[in-house]
Design a protein around this ligand. Structure first.
Ligand code: BEZ
Length: 189
């Protein structure tokens, strides 16, 4: 699969005709909602785990020195916490462009914190996409993040903002927080 997923995402017609759609955010969407939304609510999806396994050539790294950003990997029974946004379908054109480096829209059940659930969308970069980097130790991931920067800024900023946003949600993510611990060690020299 090529890096650019815009055309594939635009063929996704599941919510055509809907006035609004819930979108689950588990990465940059938690701390960077640079799009209009009608409402947002802390939420989770089940069966997935957040991992810094996706390469970023266009936002937090470059073609020759990719950074690392999060994707979701299948993990039966696991719950991934994040933030759900209610958006109009037009916002997906913007998001397809922003997340064109391998992320595909997937329909999923989104559970709101407290009560209730709804079918919505999530963007996932699978192991089949060309920018996928896959597993590495948390220490090696932190080292790569410490060294990477792209048009959207330092890769370290992405990690630190995500970790802070998860703390503010009251959610503990061992993978993210362990990478943050190593990164802070590297940054302290
Ligand atoms: C998110 O924060 O949900 C997200 C992460 C990567 C790509 C698109 C969305």
């Amino acid at each position: 699969m090529s890096h650019n997923t815009i055309a594939i995402n635009q063929r996704m017609d599941k919510f055509d005709g809907h006035e609004s759609v819930w979108l689950f955010g588990y990465g940059s969407l938690i701390f960077k909602a640079d799009f209009p939304f009608i409402e947002r609510r802390p939420a989770s999806i089940t069966g997935w785990t957040r991992r810094f396994w996706q390469g970023s050539h266009d936002h937090r790294g470059t073609e020759t020195a990719p950074g690392r950003v999060v994707t979701l990997v299948p993990d039966p029974g696991q719950v991934c916490h994040g933030m759900a946004y209610l958006v109009t379908p037009e916002e997906f054109a913007h998001l397809d462009h922003r997340e064109k480096n391998g992320y595909l829209r997937l329909a999923t059940e989104i559970a709101f914190e407290g009560a209730g659930s709804v079918e919505g969308l999530v963007y996932i970069a699978t192991h089949e996409n060309a920018a996928y980097l896959g597993p590495a130790s948390e220490r090696d991931i932190a080292r790569q993040i410490a060294a990477s920067r792209g048009p959207s800024g330092p890769n370290s900023e992405y990690l630190l903002e995500l970790a802070q946003a998860l703390r503010e949600l009251g959610k503990f993510d061992p993978h993210v927080f362990e990478i943050e611990r190593h990164l802070r060690e590297f940054m302290a020299g």
